[in-house]
Structures are given as C-alpha cells and as structure tokens.
Design a protein around this ligand. Structure first.
Ligand code: NAP
Ligand code: GDD
Length: 323
C-alpha cells in the first residue's frame, strides 16, 4: 500500500517540488487548494513539472477548520505537510490581520484537524528563518533566540511554537523546518530573486530597460527549493519529531545575487539597476546565515545547488518563458 500525503500550499513553489518528490517515491499525493473565480484552481506550477494530473486536489482553505477536519477524515494521510501561508513578507505590513489569520492561526486549524482525526499522522510545519529577524547570533541555528521583524515573522513564530507545543502536549509527531530562503524557476515573481531574473531576461530581450530594487545591501542564505523539499520529507522519516535549520551556510547580498544574473547574459548591472526608496521595508532583516549542521548530522541532508547554478537556471527559464 502506498503512503498518503496531504500537502497544503500545493499550488505554491514548494508544494509543486514536494509533490514531485513524493510522487517519485510512490506516495498518493493529495493537495489542499483554494478555488478562485478565474481558474478554478491555479495548477500552473504542477503543470510546469508535468504532474498536475497525478495530484489529487482537495478544495479547502487553511481558515476553514470544518473543511480541514472533513479532509483529514476523508484522506486519512500518513503525512501532512503544512506549506500554506501568506508568504510574502512585504505584504504582511499591508495585510497584517490576514497574515496572522492564515500564517499563524491557520496552523492551529490544521493541527487541530490532525489531533482530532488523524493523531498518528506525521506533521511538517513550514517555519522560516525570517523568525531570526534582528539576528542574535552571527550564524543562526536551532538554539538561536528569535527576534521577528515583520507581521509575517511574528505569525510564523506562533506557528513554530504551536507545532512544538502540540508535540509536547499531545505527543504528535510534529516537526518544524526552519528553512532559509529558497528559490527556483517556480518562485513567485514578487520575491527578489525571481524579480531580478525575470527583469534581466526582459532587458536582454529588449522588452524592458531597467530593474527597480529596494535594499540591495540585505544578505540572504539562498538555496534551491528542489533541494529543500527533500529535507522536509527526511524530517518526517525520523523516529522522533524535531526542529531543524535548513540552509546552505553561505550568505550573499542582493547586489551580488543580481550581478550574477546580469553577468550571465553579458549585461552590466549598473546600466540598468535603479534604487527605489518605495521598495524599502518598514523594518528590514539585514542578514541571514544558517547553520545546517544538525540537518547534516541527523538527516544526512545538505544543499546541492550553488547560488550561481540556481540564478543562471532561473534566468534561462525566464528567457525561455518570455521568448
Ligand atoms: P508560495 O509559493 O507563496 O505558496 C504559498 C501557498 O499557500 C500557495 O499554494 C497558496 O495558495 C497557499 N495559501 C495561501 N493562503 C492560503 C489559505 N488561506 N488556504 C490555503 N492555502 C493558502 O510559498 P513557498 O515559497 O512555496 O513557501 C511554502 C511555505 O514555506 C510557506 O509557508 C512559506 O511561508 C514557507 N517558507 C518559505 C521559504 C522560501 O524561501 N520559499 C522559506 C521559509 C519558509 P494560492 O496559490 O491559492 O495563493
Ligand atoms: N521582494 C523584494 N523586492 N525584495 C527586495 C527588493 C524588491 O524589489 N529589493 C530589495 N529586496 C530585499 C528585501 O528587502 C529583502 O531584504 C531581500 O531582498 C529578500 O526579499 P524577498 O525575496 O522578498 O524574501 P524575504 O527574505 O523577505 O522572505 C522570503 O524568505 C523567507 C525566509 O527567510 C520569503 O520566501 C518568506 O516566505 C520566507 O519565510
């Protein structure tokens, strides 16, 4: 009998790569997705990977507890991956209440559904390096204190501690992956790497001339989504649930990431980059740098894709899309 997984956020970047990984391992994959008036459910990313017909889509929303309970009862998953969230940090200042409802309280809803209907299911919570915010240690590990700097990060912190709490209170096999930034050709266009690779492709093709960015001094520890979903799966294969940092252990400025993209197509970044004060955030996370030692030692996981490989893959994918 194949294992069953329920993935929330199946239409997002990580949902697509995780579904691909689980299908390759023989899982029956159920994906929770909210319908929209424009396209029933947006399966663009699953389509890109050629797996849209292999995933069983369940109509649902993280805000709707009764629907989640029904889904848990019907699907009876062996593993639940909670990837759904309002995930764009900048929007969380514009929509702090929605962000709190989905990204924080939504975790309570799904954990309650697991506890009530399928308490032996293994649970993964998509926690975030954004929780470190104003960093308290140069390299952030599982024991580094948190200092969130956005409504999004505050909401993620709630989800993280609730996952720990349900593990300790009810004995759920609930793990929290503290993932540092990870990207891919399937990354949403509003995030900085994809904004850069899409703009560089447009400039190269002569359909745009400038790229407007905010704080290019910010530093991030960037990895590839395809590598990071493997760490999610590995966490749920352990005998004991636990929390893990997933990162590359390298940090790079937005400026240098951007330069890689321009150089890949033979353009000079300084001819096209414009700094726009409107794109700065009310509070910034200046630098993130993860320590993935625990994931390496306990899960046998490590990042495989370099930033250069990933950014050039993303630029090439955007050139192909636009061309
Ligand atoms: P993403 O591409 O923005 O995907 C978010 C997903 O959540 C989408 O499928 C979205 O559905 C869904 N969603 C939003 N609100 C929902 C609701 N109320 N009910 C049900 N589904 C809802 O994000 P991602 O990059 O794949 O990230 C996956 C998860 O990891 C998120 O929780 C994110 O916060 C977290 N995380 C990401 C990173 C990273 O660097 N990528 C790092 C650390 C943690 P629609 O398609 O309908 O909008
Ligand atoms: N999006 C964006 N757009 N960011 C810009 C821009 C711009 O025009 N200019 C500079 N930046 C800077 C931001 O200020 C931030 O310091 C950095 O680029 C990265 O921004 P994002 O790509 O939007 O990602 P993020 O780090 O805020 O959040 C992502 O990573 C988190 C993990 O650390 C998201 O995926 C979150 O969901 C995730 O939890």
């Amino acid at each position: 009998m194949s294992k069953k997984a329920l993935v929330t956020g199946i239409t997002g970047q990580d949902g697509a790569y995780l579904a691909q990984l689980l299908l390759s391992k023989g899982y029956e994959v159920h994906g929770l997705a909210r319908r929209s008036s424009t396209s029933d459910v947006n399966l663009t990313r699953l389509n890109w990977l050629g797996i849209e017909k292999d995933v069983r889509i369940v109509d649902g929303n993280l805000l709707d507890l009764s629907g989640l309970i029904r889904t848990m009862r019907d699907v009876k998953p062996d593993e639940v991956y909670n990837l759904a969230a309002q995930s764009f940090v900048k929007s969380s200042w514009q929509q702090p209440i929605l962000t709190g409802e989905v990204t924080a309280l939504g975790v309570t809803n799904i954990l309650e559904a697991v506890r009530l209907e399928k308490p032996d299911a293994r649970f993964y919570q998509a926690s975030s390096s954004e929780m470190y915010g104003l960093i308290q240690e140069d390299m952030q590990s599982e024991t580094t204190p948190f200092y969130p700097r956005s409504p999004y990060a505050v909401a993620k912190l709630y989800g993280h501690w609730l996952t720990v709490n349900y593990r300790e209170s009810f004995g759920l096999h609930a793990s929290s992956g503290i993932l540092f930034n990870h990207e891919s050709p399937l990354r949403g266009i509003e995030f900085v790497t994809r904004k850069v690779t899409d703009s560089v492709a447009r400039i190269k093709l002569g359909i745009a001339n400038e790229l407007r960015l905010g704080n290019i001094d910010a530093k991030r520890d960037w990895g590839h989504s395809k590598d990071y979903v493997e760490a999610m799966w590995l966490m749920l294969q352990q005998d004991e649930a636990d929390d893990y940092v997933v990162a590359t252990g390298l940090t790079t400025t937005v400026r240098d990431m951007c330069r890689i993209a321009f150089e890949h197509v033979g353009l000079a970044m300084d001819d096209h980059l414009v700094i726009d004060p409107d794109l700065f955030r009310p509070a910034e996370v200046d630098v993130l740098l993860g320590n993935p030692t625990k994931a390496k030692e306990k899960l046998g996981w490590q990042a495989k894709t370099s930033l250069e490989e990933m950014i050039t893959e993303m630029v090439d994918a955007d050139l192909k899309r636009l061309g």
